[in-house]
Design a protein around this ligand. Structure first.
Ligand code: SAJ
Length: 407
């Protein structure tokens, strides 16, 4: 693998930017990581981290100690700029379609424009609607007065890593790189080939943007199918997990896992970017979003039915994060359910989330405490700590297992 002693400036030190910045630093690049939050910058400069991700603490510490990674609130001049900032929805939308909010991308582009020099490469990794790299990124960068495409090169290379496996997938996954022109694509491909073991594929910027959205919409549609089957099965009194397990023994069937809904900042968000772009055609994609977004309410209803049997039930909620073994609460259906149960005051709520030290709304309890006290046990996340639970330990309780972990 080639080692290049180039300088890189990474904008956004979150779940993608920080692992990317520290990986590059340990591969010999001189990296400046930029974040708007001073606290994040200070934490990283002291060799610590502000997010939970396996082995990231070790990587950041060694990157910072080597002198190759420095965090800052301001961008610096560099050979390569990587934009890894969030692309959420526009806040407070009452519409049925949600619109992407590109403010952070625009702000990051404006922030680096004054630091651009001839020969620089700018890569957008943030998930973005088709056209963003060509129309928004390239146009803002042109404010630097350089010829975009000739003097500076611009490409989109969507991140594809799975939280919980980020450091492995950053290196192992194939990547799709789309430049605003051929020269941009070539420069960006060369850069990724220096540290990615997977294959790096070339395309256009707009195609790369749609590929990323397609990947997450594909997953969302398939999870929606599993969630729909689970509701149908449960209401028939049939065990969902048995249906899926045995249906999956057919050689051409591979149903995903139902759950309490779909969360995270990716799969619950990105399909809307397609719906927003093509509302008349994206019918299946929209319906999948609605099915998955409707699942928490269905789970809450099951709790309401069970709670009605008690005068003052203790409801134990296991898990708050959006998926197993992470501390990330973004768009988490588990959080949505726990918050709604608290609002409705159906009983005494007790919450266990082993990946968080504290939560602003819930007083977190140990697994043992919740299990001992709960009349109704609601399993919302399949954290490894919960997977050891057995049906025989929970005999006296009503168990609502949204993840199918109790055998
Ligand atoms: N989920 C289910 N059933 C399943 C699989 C997942 O209910 O069978 C739920 C999870 O519990 C979670 C949500 O879906 O709430 C999403 O979890 P995930 O692990 O499938 O994916 P993310 O959001 O952590 O990461 C996804 C990945 N995309 C794909 O797998 C196509 C990742 O590779 C992307 O980089 C990431 O989105 C992103 O940043 O876009």
């Amino acid at each position: 693998m080639k080692q290049l002693s180039k300088t890189v400036c990474v904008l956004g030190l979150g779940y993608i930017g920080l692992p990317t910045a520290s990986l590059l630093a340990t591969k010999g690049f001189q990296v400046t990581g930029v974040d708007v939050a001073q606290k994040v910058v200070d934490t990283i400069n002291s060799g610590e981290i502000h997010i939970v991700e396996p082995d990231l603490d070790i990587l950041v510490k060694s990157a910072v100690n080597s002198g190759n990674l420095t965090a800052s609130v301001e961008p610096v001049e560099a050979d390569i700029f990587i934009i890894a900032v969030p692309t959420p929805f526009v806040a407070d939308q009452t519409e049925t379609t949600k619109k992407p909010d590109l403010t952070y991308v625009k702000t990051a582009c404006s922030a680096i424009a004054p630091f651009l020099r001839k020969g620089n490469l700018v890569i957008l990794e943030s998930t973005s609607p088709p056209g963003t790299t060509d129309e928004i990124v390239a146009e803002i960068l042109a404010e630097a007065g350089l010829d975009v495409g000739e003097d500076i090169f611009v490409a989109h290379c969507p991140e594809r890593v799975l939280p919980g496996r980020i450091l492995i997938e950053l290196v192992e996954n194939d990547r799709v790189v789309g430049g605003i022109n051929k020269a941009s694509t070539e420069k960006a491909v060369e850069f990724y080939q220096a540290f990615v073991r997977g294959e790096v594929f070339s395309t256009t910027a707009k195609t790369a943007e749609l590929i990323k959205l397609t990947e997450n919409a594909y997953r969302d549609v398939n999870i929606a199918f599993a969630n729909e089957i689970s509701v149908i099965a449960e209401e028939e009194g049939i065990n969902t997990w048995e249906v899926i397990e045995l249906a999956n023994r057919h050689p051409r069937v591979n149903i995903l896992n139902p759950g309490p809904g779909v969360g995270g900042h990716c799969i619950a968000v990105d399909p809307w970017f397609i719906v927003d772009r093509a509302p008349q055609h994206a019918r299946l994609i929209r319906t999948a979003r609605e099915v998955n977004d409707g699942k928490p309410e269905w789970v809450i209803n099951r709790v309401r039915e069970k709670a009605a049997r008690y005068k003052a039930p203790v409801i134990g909620c296991l898990g708050l994060s959006f998926k197993a073994d992470v501390d990330d609460l973004r768009e988490s259906p588990a959080c949505e359910i726990a918050e709604q149960l608290q609002r409705e005051n159906l009983g005494k709520l007790m919450v266990c989330e082993p990946n968080l030290a504290a939560h602003s709304q819930f007083e977190l309890k140990s697994l043992e405490t919740v299990i001992a006290a709960a009349d109704i046990l609601l399993i919302l996340v399949d954290h490894r700590q919960f997977k050891t639970l057995k049906a025989s330990d929970l005999k006296e309780k009503i168990v609502i297992d949204t993840r199918g972990i109790i055998k």
